[in-house]
Design a protein around this ligand. Structure first.
Ligand SMILES: Cc1cc2nc3c(=O)[nH]c(=O)nc-3n(C[C@H](O)[C@H](O)[C@H](O)COP(=O)(O)OP(=O)(O)OC[C@H]3O[C@@H](n4cnc5c(N)ncnc54)[C@H](O)[C@@H]3O)c2cc1C
Length: 557
């Protein structure tokens, strides 16, 4: 670490969870900050999306490392928060760390450019008036939610019904009495198809290729807690090359548990939940040749299965859309269905209009903004090598399995330390080399097709550990094993929460972090299995030098 602590003035654009945590981490490092938020509240997507929505990552995994929220039971009885509750959590975070005073609401950033004569960044904002602010550094925290990714269909102009993005759906009741086709297979598609099946007259789910790896929000109903509690360090250390084997073992383990649970607790009877769970497992197994647990994105929401199983009379799966007619859709299998509305759950596109369309930004900056739309083009998904740490894109990496906010927090901590000059970046040439090595790695693990389509997609543990190593906050597991075995066990087998990265390093809060880690609920059975598997892999790696058996936590990026 460099000892010349520098303090700078940072402009933060956007105040969703990225903007908030960036503000908090930058303030902790002593920087001066101003946040611009165009809406009238903090919280970003969770205040703006359909309000019946529920998170797909549990509170334990989603929360930031040093703030649990107002509900202490969240550690021992974790659950999925609704969007409204998570917005309240973010509000609580802002109040707890006294962040609100730095946020200018209803202030939209219109234009960003560099004043080369002053070597400063200029930001033109508009609320009632237009004003120009000057900064040393910028954090771009505007998320992806502003720009819907809309597909176009053959003969779309003939279609007389409505074609919407799911962002335009505010209430599920909008589907009442309608024939709906949902396009997509991610988490929002999963919510939408269940709502369409429940409320609509008919519901079709059009999936062009494979669906994501389906994980229900809860394991065996809410009694055993959220499914992502098994997102532990031992689980996520299983070597990625063995994804197919791991998927078989994981799915068979889940099936056996499901049948045993019915036998022991339910007198041999399966309830609706069990049927949905098993159908989800079979759906995952059906596409195992092309999509396994490690090489695709997770659809961490089994509503898609519930819709297809529970509402099989009114809801069915269809392949991609071949063409549209006046009142109907012809699918790729040549079946034709009459529909009133098509809801596209086809995600979002990164865009930075305040740079790309700015009349003051030069061509070079516009080129950089264009390149930054492909998130993995950036160094660690955050920095463009041409700008080094002058602008940081925060919140654009998406873990295939796991929650996004904890990764955002690590990105913010890294950026804050770079601004202070406590950490140094490699030379531009080395950053470019590392980016291309990283993209090659992603293509190997996640396939070229997925990495090209979802440019923020990354591997949760590998990416988080990489940032933590860079920051200097990755705990020394060997030392902890000998000094605090109970803590070590929870670090290995408990859920992968960001408090792990507050045990040591800059701005560590070891006492609070230990309390959180030790108190956090964990699920024992699958982690015993993962530990045994991991030991076997490690044995083959260490004794026979089989590189594909190397635990993922040792992968250097
Ligand atoms: C429906 C939905 C559900 C999701 N559920 C989960 C989940 O369960 N778990 C999970 O980990 N992730 C989930 N995500 C992903 C989610 O996008 C990220 O977790 C995270 O919220 C992104 O935060 P952000 O601050 O980067 O972006 P956002 O939350 O989108 O915030 C960006 C903010 O920037 C503001 N802004 C934009 N442009 C300007 C401008 N020019 N000037 C000023 N302000 C501007 C916007 O108004 C907004 O407030 C979900 C996403 C969606 C769409």
């Amino acid at each position: 670490m460099n000892k010349n602590h520098v303090k700078v003035h940072v402009g933060i654009i956007g105040c969703g969870c990225s903007g908030l945590v960036a503000l908090k981490e930058l303030l902790d490092e002593g920087h001066q900050c101003t946040v611009f938020e165009k809406s009238n509240s903090i919280g970003g997507v969770y205040t703006q999306a359909y309000q019946q929505g529920e998170l797909v990552s549990s509170h334990l995994l989603t929360m930031f490392s040093d703030f649990i929220g107002n509900d202490d039971s969240a550690l021992e009885k974790p659950r999925m928060l609704s969007f409204i509750e998570y917005s309240e959590y973010l509000n609580g975070y802002a109040e707890h760390f006294r962040l609100k005073q730095f946020v200018k609401l209803q202030t939209e950033v219109k234009s960003v450019w560099k004043d080369h004569s002053e070597n400063k960044w200029k930001v033109l904002v508009s609320n009632d008036l237009e004003q120009i602010y000057t900064f040393d550094r910028l954090a771009i925290c505007t998320g992806v939610y502003a720009n819907e990714n809309m597909p176009t269909f053959k003969n779309q102009c003939l279609f007389q019904g409505k074609i919407k993005h799911f962002k335009q759906v505010q209430l599920y009741e909008e589907f009442i009495d309608k024939k709906i086709c949902i396009v997509g297979s991610g988490e929002s598609a999963s919510d939408m198809i269940l709502a369409a099946a429940k409320f609509g007259k008919k519901a079709f789910l059009s999936i062009r290729n494979d669906h994501g790896f389906i994980v229900p929000r809860y394991i065996h109903g809410d009694r055993f807690g959220p499914a992502d509690l098994d997102t532990s360090r031992v689980h996520h250390s299983i070597p990625r090359a063995w994804g197919v084997l791991h998927t078989y073992i994981d799915m068979i383990n889940s099936l056996v548990k499901s049948y045993l649970k019915c036998l022991i607790y339910q007198g041999g009877k399966s309830n609706d939940y069990d049927k949905v769970r098993r159908a989800g497992i079979y759906m995952n197994l059906k596409q195992i040749k092309t999509s396994n647990i490690w090489n695709t994105f997770g659809t961490k929401n089994a509503n898609i299965v519930e819709a297809l199983v529970k509402y099989s009379d009114t809801c069915c799966r269809k392949p991609g859309i071949k063409e549209l007619k006046a009142n109907s859709i012809v699918f790729e299998d040549d079946s034709e269905e009459y529909v009133d509305e098509i809801i596209c759950c086809t995600g979002f596109r990164n865009s930075f209009p305040y740079i790309e369309e700015s009349d003051r930004a030069d061509q070079n900056l516009k080129r950089i903004a264009k390149e930054a739309k492909v998130s993995h083009n950036l160094y660690k998904h955050c920095l463009h090598p041409d700008l080094a740490d002058e602008i940081c894109w925060i919140g654009f990496a998406r873990p295939a399995l796991g929650a996004i906010p904890p990764l955002i927090e690590l990105q913010a901590r890294w950026f804050a330390l770079l601004c202070s000059n406590k950490l140094k970046l490699p030379m531009k040439f080395d950053m470019l080399k590392q980016i291309s090595k990283y993209v090659k790695y992603l293509e190997w693990q996640l396939t070229v097709y997925r990495v090209t389509r979802l440019t923020g997609l990354t591997d949760n543990l590998i990416y988080a550990d990489d940032l933590a190593r860079t920051i200097g906050c990755r705990p020394n597991f060997t030392r902890i094993f000998f000094t605090e075995p109970k803590l070590w066990l929870k670090l290995m087998c408990g859920p992968l929460i960001n408090a792990h990265y507050r045990l040591t390093g800059p701005h560590a809060k070891p006492k609070q972090a230990k309390q959180i880690i030790l108190k956090a609920k964990w699920v024992i059975q699958p982690n015993v299995l993962y530990s045994i598997m991991l030991m076997c892999y490690s044995f083959f790696w260490l004794v026979f030098g089989i590189e594909s058996c190397k635990p993922a936590s040792w992968y250097p990026l």
